[in-house]
Design a protein around this ligand. Structure first.
Ligand SMILES: Cc1cc2nc3c(=O)[nH]c(=O)nc-3n(C[C@H](O)[C@H](O)[C@H](O)COP(=O)(O)OP(=O)(O)OC[C@H]3O[C@@H](n4cnc5c(N)ncnc54)[C@H](O)[C@@H]3O)c2cc1C
Length: 458
């Protein structure tokens, strides 16, 4: 609980308008894209790293929990203030400080919206590849907090692959600069990599140096429709084995497809039960050659139709349909539980079958879609939180999906992180010793445990 004296101090340091305690503000900062809810005692909106430092010094002295928050679109409860205290909302720190084409980098504040940055960069012929489906809302700080990925992860990697350096405020209020403006830097421990994906548990990111690449000359989107999910999955395996490097290789099953079709007008022939949506890019001839190869392999694997699009607007329509999959599914039932598992690509078909079997056994509708090229699936359970029995079955099904992914040599999260939702499963993947060393690291950054308590570890 924040005392009146502390609130007064915060208001004096940051200004009245940046320390919010009205019921409306507290409720609006009590949730993310999961079902987890918890009210903060105050919402603080810093404008500078110095503001962040002042807040952390006061919070640390008074042992007040601080939960950093970007746009609150996380899918594991990461930005939900489980223990109350301060939600540190970074959306006002949203300036693109610098775009340096010759050095292929940009320096940005954490509140910059991912999609807006990407459009700005494209105008200058530059490309920042990480593309979470939430990119029109999510912030760069939140993307770094979770090391977000997206369809383009298959060829280009995830957020962690585009961080050259970070400026971070520690719970003590100290400002640490890690990394450099150079492509190479092995000066000491790679703290930038450690903070990336640390889910706000170690410090607050106040600016980032992002690595950029030139915009590819051509992009071609290919939509292949299949009668059987197994054929779609086998196209993915064959494309990978054939050494093709599409920038994205996505799969959607029949449940996802029917929801997406209703809301987006995406077309696939009667009898389609799965699609693979891929994109090739690079120099025009290379992108076309690869797209043709994807088409050939699709037909070889039993595709009943293959649509190829070069036109930017038509391509964007197909990708908007894919990005809208979660929203489309959310219209089907009152509650959607979106999971995020990864298995070795060779185990993709097995995992897809396992999800279907778990759904049948628990009498649940589970849609499966995701970044198949990476072996990263998002099984999404459609349920109704008012139905206690269904929610109990959904909880068991989610647990079994995680167990199965781990048994197949996979991992609990490809891009959404651990947060609160998966904290109880972490030990199963990294073991007792893994948890111990992570906790020791956390203690050395945050001895009083004020940073995002209740996350990552049980
Ligand atoms: C419809 C939908 C689609 C999605 N699709 C994808 C997808 O394709 N790929 C993907 O990876 N994710 C996806 N997500 C999940 C989510 O959008 C991403 O994790 C995104 O990176 C979160 O950004 P945010 O700004 O909303 O962060 P928040 O949810 O506000 O925060 C996320 C985490 O980062 C921490 N954090 C935030 N800002 C800072 C900071 N400045 N310093 C330190 N820590 C910080 C928070 O404490 C929290 O732990 C999706 C979510 C939705 C709702």
């Amino acid at each position: 609980m924040l005392s009146d004296a502390l609130l007064k101090k915060l208001r004096k340091e940051l200004g009245q308008e940046n320390v919010l305690t009205s019921d409306e503000e507290l409720v609006c900062h009590s949730y993310d894209a999961t079902l987890i809810r918890s009210l903060p005692d105050a919402v603080v909106t810093p404008r500078t790293a110095e503001d962040v430092s002042k807040v952390l010094v006061l919070a640390n002295e008074n042992a007040i929990p601080v939960t950093p928050r970007g746009s609150g679109t996380g899918l594991t409860g990461g930005s939900v203030p489980l223990r109350g205290g301060i939600v540190l909302c970074l959306t006002k720190m949203n300036s693109i400080r610098e775009i340096a084409p010759a050095d292929l980098l940009a320096v940005v504040e954490p509140g910059v919206v991912t999609g807006e940055l990407q459009r700005k960069l494209e105008e200058e012929g530059l490309f920042y590849p990480p593309d979470p489906a939430s990119l029109e809302i999510s912030s760069i700080g939140g993307n770094i907090g979770n090391s977000a990925g997206g369809p383009r992860g298959f060829k280009y990697g995830m957020t962690k692959d585009y961080i050259l350096g970070l400026e971070v405020v520690l719970p003590t209020g100290e400002l640490v600069k890690t990394g450099a403006r150079t492509v190479k830097c092995v000066t000491g421990y790679d703290l930038a990599r450690l903070f990336t994906g640390s889910e706000g548990t170690l410090g607050v990111i106040t600016s980032a140096i992002l690595r950029l690449i030139p915009v590819p000359e051509e992009r071609i989107t290919v939509l292949a429709s299949f009668k059987r999910l197994e054929d779609a999955a086998s196209l993915v395996s064959e494309a990978v084995s054939a050494g093709l490097a599409p920038s994205a290789l996505e799969i959607m099953d029949s449940v996802t497809l029917s929801a997406v079709k209703e809301s987006s007008g995406l077309n696939s022939p009667e009898g389609t039960s799965a699609v693979v949506l891929s994109e090739t890019d690079g120099f025009s001839e290379v992108a076309m050659k690869e797209a043709q190869k994807v088409r050939e392999l699709s037909i070889k694997n039993g595709a009943i139709s293959v649509q190829m699009e070069k036109d930017k607007e038509r391509r964007e329509k197909l990708w908007a349909a894919r990005r809208g999959a979660f929203a489309a599914l959310a219209r089907k039932k009152p509650t959607t539980i979106l999971e995020d598992i990864v298995v070795p690509r060779t185990k993709l078909v097995e995992m897809v079958r396992a999800v279907a079997e778990i759904g049948r056994r628990h009498q649940l509708v589970i849609a499966t879609y995701g970044h198949a090229g990476d072996g990263n699936l998002h099984p999404t359970i459609l349920c109704d939180k008012r139905d206690e029995d269904e929610m109990r079955r959904a909880g068991s099904a989610a647990g079994e999906i995680f167990e199965r992914a781990l048994d197949l040599g996979g991992t609990l999260s490809g891009e959404h992180g651990i947060g609160f939702e998966k904290a109880r499963f972490l030990k199963k993947e990294i073991g007792e010793a893994g948890i111990k060393i992570m906790k020791r690291l956390k203690d050395s950054f945050d001895p009083k445990g004020i940073m995002n308590p209740g996350k990552m570890f049980e």
